[in-house]
Design a protein around this ligand. Structure first.
Ligand code: PHE
Length: 459
């Protein structure tokens, strides 16, 4: 931050930053814990055979996810700049910064469909308050309820707009006063809610089958696709390759321990996904529903379960509050990546940077939302807008961003810089074996894993 040689030195001391270690952790965990944990993880587990998928996922988080997160953290904290500016500062005169520009684009695409699903969360929270799920009756009724809503024109657009405005409001307040304050209150609430739901679910008669499914691996179900889905999920859930860790990392002081924060963030995200699994799977099994329902699990199957559960109306409200909070703490991180880029690269005021971003997101989000209904036939490369944005961001841009980050840190910045950042210039100790292992993961294993998954997906 105080690098006198930096061309941005004068501008830098005005940069916002996180106020405390706990603030950094909850903001990062807030970004990581999101729809990825509550909506994507349970149905992927269901589709990929349960415990075996979870074990492979855990392996990827530890061996690939954490090293990528640490690499992005190093880029952000060392440069104290936004996703594009970071590369420009650390490698002036080179083309590495293109990766930062792509990261901003990636966040724009993710947030376009993320805010639509966040909007669905708002609608479902209302429905939960009105006890609509009990009225809709069986799962066919709930399936119609969902598809009628998602494919209609106006209501999802209004919800999407409200969701974006809520995210914008928090980001306009800034890093310390908006993002950090919001996450500090909401993350503990979120964990509490999901634990309450998990306890309710685990104490249902017949819950044992769900636990079995989550914790006893059936290796016969594992295929090449299981590995691809698990690595993709690790990227999405830990918010990797999107410039998020670079941007949040740039607001972190030189005194924080990068290794510890990265490990804690990954642990919190994984723990939350497992508790969410315990909240959802036992109930799914107790009511004799197939776990492989796909993306509709949260919006169709769960309301069906809630409608039959003792105290179900209350649990439904809690669940959709949790979904909304989880989505919001993630969407503000996506919005911050874009806002920081506009503020620093184009010298815009935070307010206008956020307003401009919201406007672009609103237009892109409208396309995603309408692609569930009136624009269903507008297809590019055989995909509607929603699926195209999802595919381009999660399956292309995030992988690319993660790959560039590890290659940049492992090969361009190198061992000395990594050591310097992980020890805070010698103030912290790091065992040689740990540094060597990390270096191996960053230089070889993570790039190889990303390359393999990319080749499988794209070819
Ligand atoms: N990790 C978030 C989730 O699990 C999604 C996300 C991706 C957030 C990329 C920020 C950046 O929902």
């Amino acid at each position: 931050m105080k690098d006198a040689n930096s061309p941005h030195a004068a501008h830098e001391h005005q940069r916002d930053s996180f106020g405390s270690s706990f603030g950094v952790l909850v903001a990062l965990a807030g970004s990581a814990v999101g729809l990825g944990n509550l909506w994507r993880f349970p149905y992927l587990v269901g589709e990929n055979g349960g415990a075996a998928f979870i074990l492979i996922y855990l392996g990827f988080v530890l061996l690939v996810g954490v090293p990528i997160m640490m690499s992005e953290f190093i880029i952000g904290r060392r440069s104290q700049a936004n996703a594009r500016g970071a590369f420009k500062k650390l490698a002036p005169g080179s083309l590495w910064y293109v990766s930062g520009t792509l990261a901003v684009l990636c966040c724009l695409l993710i947030l376009s469909f993320y805010s639509v699903v966040g909007g669905w969360g708002i609608e479902y929270l209302f429905k939960a308050f009105r006890f609509d799920f009990t009225r809709a009756g069986d799962s066919a009724g709930l399936s119609t309820l969902f598809s009628d809503f998602a494919s209609s024109t106006w209501r999802p657009l209004v919800c999407h707009t409200v969701f974006l405005l809520l995210s914008g409001l928090i980001v306009i307040l800034g890093v310390k006063n908006g993002i950090e304050k919001f996450s500090k209150v909401m993350m503990p609430v979120l964990f509490l809610i999901i634990i309450v739901i998990a306890i309710r679910s685990l104490t249902l008669p017949g819950a044992g089958a769900g636990i079995d499914y989550l914790f006893h691996p059936d290796w016969s179900k594992v295929t090449a696709n299981t590995y691809l889905a698990a690595l993709g999920q690790a990227f999405f859930s830990l918010s990797l390759g999107s410039g998020m860790v670079i941007t949040y990392g740039s607001y972190v002081s030189k005194k924080e321990n990068i290794t510890a924060i990265s490990a804690k963030t990954a642990a919190a995200d994984t723990l939350f996904a497992l508790i969410a699994g315990c909240a959802i799977m036992p109930a799914v099994f107790a009511f004799g529903i197939s776990p492989g329902e796909g993306p509709g699990l949260v919006f169709i199957t769960l309301p069906h379960i809630f409608s039959q559960l003792p105290l179900g109306g209350f649990i439904a409200i809690l669940f959709f509050v949790a979904l909304l909070l989880a989505a919001l703490t993630s969407s503000i991180s996506l919005l911050e990546v874009i806002a920081a880029f506009c503020i620093e690269e184009f010298k815009m005021k935070r307010f206008w940077a956020v307003m401009l971003t919201l406007f672009v997101l609103w237009v892109l989000g409208c396309l995603c939302s309408l692609s569930q209904g009136v624009l269903a036939d507008w297809k590019i490369f055989g995909r509607n807008f929603f699926d195209l944005f999802d595919f381009l961001s999660a399956n292309v841009l995030m992988l690319l961003g993660g790959l560039v980050a590890v290659v940049f840190v492992g090969w361009k910045l190198g061992r000395t810089v990594i050591h310097d950042e992980l020890t805070n210039s010698g103030a912290l100790k790091i065992p040689v074996w740990l540094l060597d292992t990390l270096l191996f993961l960053i230089r070889f294993l993570a790039p190889a894993a990303i390359a393999v998954i990319a080749i499988f997906q794209w070819v």
